[in-house]
Ligand binder design. Structure first.
Ligand code: ZN
Ligand code: ZN
Length: 174
């Protein structure tokens, strides 16, 4: 795993997560719903604006014993960004309130929105197919079937590192 590999797991829309960062003996990368870590890479700097308490987050959610090989799980295919439902992809929407047309804020005037997450069953949890597609090519990636804390993140492991991801909320349990 190199710093270039880590960059693929960053979130360019959030400046605190836009590039990998190092803390203690690890280098991290992630988005709002997922974070992974590898042994510290010499070319990944520390950043003062990076998320804190990541060590504690990993310690609170230790790897559990039952792991599923992610390669054995059929994932719904990625279909790519979808037309914005507010402006129908036109980037301009007709405003019922004032009777005029405005640039569409729902899609930031791009006409497209990220595709809807499809839940995939992992043990007792549902995980977005978008997240699973992001991690599925990590070497020997395996994902825990349960969490130590039912509301907590799910652990995954791969050769050289591990990570945490947020399961989707189930509609029928609060
Ligand atoms: Zn729109
Ligand atoms: Zn208006």
């Amino acid at each position: 795993m190199t710093s270039t590999d880590l960059q693929k797991f960053c979130d360019p829309t959030r400046h605190t997560l836009a590039t990998p960062f190092s803390q203690e003996v690890w280098s991290f990368a992630g988005c709002g719903a997922m974070v992974l870590r590898v042994m510290r890479l010499p070319d990944v700097p520390e950043r003062t604006d990076a998320p804190r308490h990541l060590r504690e987050l990993f310690e609170k959610n230790p790897c559990t014993e039952r792991f599923m090989d992610l390669k054995g799980i059929a994932l719904p295919p990625l279909s790519g960004p979808e037309p914005c439902p507010v402006c129908d992809g036109s980037t301009i929407h007709f405003c019922q309130d004032c009777g005029e047309s405005h640039p569409c804020r729902n899609c930031n005037e791009t006409g497209r929105v990220p595709e809807t997450a499809v839940p995939v069953e992992i043990g007792k949890h549902l995980v977005s197919h978008l997240l699973l597609h992001r991690i599925k090519d990590l070497p020997n990636v395996a994902i825990a079937e349960h969490t130590s804390d039912p509301r907590g993140p799910l652990t995954f492991t791969f050769t050289g590192g591990d990570g945490l991801l947020c399961p989707m909320k189930k509609p029928d349990n609060n």
